[in-house]
Design a protein around this ligand. Structure first.
Ligand code: SF4
Length: 245
């Protein structure tokens, strides 16, 4: 029988996902692995994980990786890429890591047009540490540090990283996607591939933001969290291409 699908070589053979049921990290890990395999760069890829659920990726990938101190992934990736320009380097970061603790590193690397790829997983909450308010938490959305919901007077407004980075001159590519439907999964894979191809072509800083769910900390089952994405998250974080040079 003809084999029509097989597991990507970008994920270790003997591993099963330890992410929560309904979490999209597993889908994204698979897409990245497939893209790196198709581009034939698995043997020269280095992943820099952020801290949080994103850091769990180190248990699954089959290529080199390191974990940066909280928020410092873009600084570590800068060092790796500048000292080893042939390396294909990417950061994998959540909203707390990239947009709160690591905001300075993210903005600075984007502003310098560093030639690496950023995969930014935005689920609007701190996942691993227990559901605290993140820079991307929606107004009114409950968090363990905002039990009555985000109040702009107290917590400020959600931050839109693609829109913020789009004010800078240097970034080559900024796109926001999701993995909530098969169509959007395919679109996300195309975006991830473009972001890595840009790096191979030396075009500079490329960031793919993937708006995802966190059923565990949203307090919803997997299907309800998909509705929440469509009804709430995409209204605040519209999908689309913000920059493509
Ligand atoms: S806590 Fe949230 S982000 Fe982390 S693995 Fe579970 S569902 Fe995914």
């Amino acid at each position: 029988m003809e084999k029509v699908y097989e597991r990507t070589k970008g994920i270790q053979e003997d591993k099963v996902s330890g992410f929560c049921p309904g979490c999209m990290h597993s889908t994204i890990a698979k897409l990245i692995g497939e893209v790196l395999e198709e581009l034939d760069v698995l043997d020269r890829t280095v992943l820099v994980e952020g801290v949080g659920c994103c850091g769990l990726l180190m248990d699954y990938v089959s290529y080199d990786n390191t974990c940066a101190p909280h928020g410092r992934a873009c600084a570590v990736a800068t060092g790796i890429k500048r000292t080893n320009p042939d390396t294909i380097c990417y950061t994998y970061q959540g909203d707390g890591d990239l947009a709160a603790i690591g905001l300075g590193e993210t903005m600075s690397a984007a502003n310098r047009g560093e030639n690496f790829t950023v995969i930014f997983v935005n689920n609007g909450i701190y996942g691993m540490t227990g559901g605290q308010l993140a820079p991307t938490t929606l107004v009114g959305m409950k968090a363990t540090t905002a039990v009555n919901g985000r109040d702009p007077k107290e917590h400020g407004y959600p931050m839109h990283m693609c829109e913020i980075l789009n004010q800078l001159e240097a970034p080559a590519y900024l796109e926001r996607c999701s993995c909530n439907t098969p169509k959007n999964v395919r679109a996300t894979k195309r975006a991830i591939k473009k972001a890595f191809q840009n790096q191979i072509d030396g075009k500079g800083f490329s960031l793919v933001e993937i708006v995802t769910s966190c059923p565990t900390n949203w307090g919803m089952d997997a299907l309800k969290s998909l509705d929440f994405l469509e009804e709430k998250m995409f209204k605040e974080f519209p999908l689309g291409v913000f920059r493509d040079r």
